[in-house]
Design a protein around this ligand. Sequence first.
Ligand SMILES: [Zn+2]
Length: 340
Amino acid sequence: MKRWLVFFCILLFSLSIVLSIINKFIIDNTEKKALIKQEEKEEKQIIEYKANQTIRVKMCKTNEIIAMDINDYLRGVVASEMPAAYNIEALKAQAIVARTYTYRKMLENAEGPDVDMCDDFKHCQAFYNKEKLFSIWTNRGFDDSTRIDYWNKVNEAVISTQNQVITYNGEYIKAFFHASSPIKTENIDQIWGGIKIPYLVSVDNVEYENYPNRNSEVIVAFSDFEKQLEEQIDDNFKLSNIDDLKEKIKINSYTTSGRVKDIKVGNLIVSSEKLRTLFGLKSTQFEVNILDEGISFKVIGYGHGIGMSQVGANYMADNGKSCLDIIKYYYTGVDIITIK
Ligand SMILES: [Zn+2]
């Protein structure tokens, strides 16, 4: 009798273990299915995110917030960020980049609850309305028919690429762009102290040699250099403490694409990004030389060097490449999709 009781208890115990395993398996599977469903839903939300919508743009000078159609906004951005004289395929690439940049920022809610984008190019993207653009073009000496031609091109760039955006793994990319990188574009992790982003990696770049901002030089007087470094970096900094300037002011290290990462001034290390903002250098690709009148920075290119080079995009377009070729070249491994 006792033996039967023991046997019965063991049977009950085993049964309860089997039941709990089955139960866990069912719960796990249900959770997994729910998770997959959630992921599918989120992906759909990203892709379908408010195509053809109204956008609220803050004018930074006046703090005025203007609601406008997304295409009106994009026409203004494309014409403000890229010369309208550029090849139509480069302008179309700029339109897709601008649209992607806008949607990503909107998704991130970067401007807060009441505004989608602002018109400050350092924070969001430059934006002028049609009237302002025509007056800028007039001031630059363009005649009536050129101005109309420019506007038609900008309009075509936006409308012919309508709803097209750049994605990577189903998400809008960080669509950074810049004016010019005559040799190579930059890896994002090499500047801004950032992490690697697989589509923002350095690529070889060919540009027009006659681009006006390709080569520039800034000569900083010794007194200005000393003052800025003392005020912005090290309270005790004095150039007079450095014996041999030619020997003691030099480039300390380079990024993988060949831009300057930092320079050494005596014992002080100064990042090239800091120098770029302090002394208005057009890029961080430069040579340093000590002249009688001050410190010379001979600079190549214009901008941070990340993502699409606009001058390079125009060069590619003039050589028969489409806007999609251009985007796929500067943003490695991306997809270009149309939002429904
Ligand atoms: Zn902004």
